[in-house]
Design a protein around this ligand. Structure first.
Ligand SMILES: C[S@@+](CC[C@H](N)C(=O)[O-])C[C@H]1O[C@@H](n2cnc3c(N)ncnc32)[C@H](O)[C@@H]1O
Length: 274
């Protein structure tokens, strides 16, 4: 399949459109990525040029084409028990503190923002269950911009790549293996509420408030400083006082916010709303 030619000006228009609507910044060096990923859609829709594609995106009232555009440009890489040092600090140090804040009365509220195909929120759910937090005592919300990944997340059937870091006892307890796929048990599957939320959309972001812990990992890297500031300010508003934010280990909030207080435990950085 040959790529359609993408002119400089149209590339910039498409890039700006993606940026304004998702916060994802596509560098000049990534033009080839837009060209190759979107060429497939153009051919399928029998469109003659990227200009025609852009017009269709801008003026279509049908949200499906936006969904396909974002699905084409986002990177959904994820797997269970990713960045395990953070998860250990969460389980061993932070969980008891936030549970204490709830005083056994209110439910613990956790949000996996930009959850991709669900491995992150399901990992958190298994950790809580293993820590004997009763399902009635916690709520896990998980969101993403891409409808494609949310559909996979709700299905909760994974391949061997996704499950490769899951400790054996968890594997035995929470998954059923048939040929090369691993189906998550309902006890975990039903503990996560999935929804479509665009982190860059202020209105969208008000739907999830009063969180005790937010995991927003490995998505800030796609945003520029301005978009990061907007997202982090929204996440700040979504946290309860005393709540914690975890970002990806290779990400930083340098020049992004002073409102959240960083702290370090066992080389893991987390941010608290004080
Ligand atoms: C690399 S995955 C990270 C998944 C998981 N948090 C992890 O660390 O393994 C990044 C996810 O961010 C989502 N994403 C990108 N821009 C977004 C936005 N503006 N709002 C919500 N999700 C977004 C993508 O669809 C993708 O699923």
């Amino acid at each position: 399949m040959l790529n359609m030619p993408l002119g400089e000006a149209t590339f910039k228009d498409i890039r700006d459109y993606i940026y304004v609507n998702s916060g994802i910044y596509i560098a000049d060096s990534k033009k080839y990525l837009i060209e190759s990923r979107l060429s497939r859609i153009l051919q399928e829709k029998k469109l003659q040029s990227f200009e025609e594609y852009l017009r269709m995106i801008k003026f279509s009232s049908n949200g499906d084409e936006h969904v396909r555009l974002f699905d084409a440009v986002t990177t959904n890489e994820t797997y269970f028990f990713r960045e395990p040092q953070q998860l250990t600090v969460f389980a061993e140090e932070i969980l008891s503190t936030v549970l204490e804040q709830k005083k056994g009365v209110k439910k613990l509220r956790i949000w996996s923002a930009a959850c991709s195909s669900g491995e992150e929120p399901y990992t958190l759910s298994m950790i809580l269950l293993e820590k004997r937090v009763l399902p009635a005592k916690f709520e896990i919300y998980a969101s993403d911009l891409s409808e494609g990944v949310l559909t996979s997340a709700k299905r909760a059937v994974y391949n061997s790549y996704s499950v490769r870091n899951i400790p054996e006892p968890y594997m035995k307890k929470y998954f059923t293996n048939s040929s090369q796929s691993f189906a998550l048990h309902d006890s975990v599957k039903n503990s996560v509420n999935f929804m479509k939320v665009n982190l860059i959309d202020n209105k969208n972001m008000t739907s999830l408030r009063n969180m005790d812990v937010i995991f927003c990992r490995n998505v800030l890297i796609y945003f520029d400083t301005k978009a990061k500031q907007k997202v982090i300010s929204n996440l700040y508003d979504s946290l309860n006082p005393g709540g914690y934010l975890f970002i990806g280990q290779s990400e930083s909030l340098h020049n992004v916010t002073r409102a959240l207080r960083p702290s370090v435990i066992n080389k893991v950085i987390m941010y608290q709303k004080v």
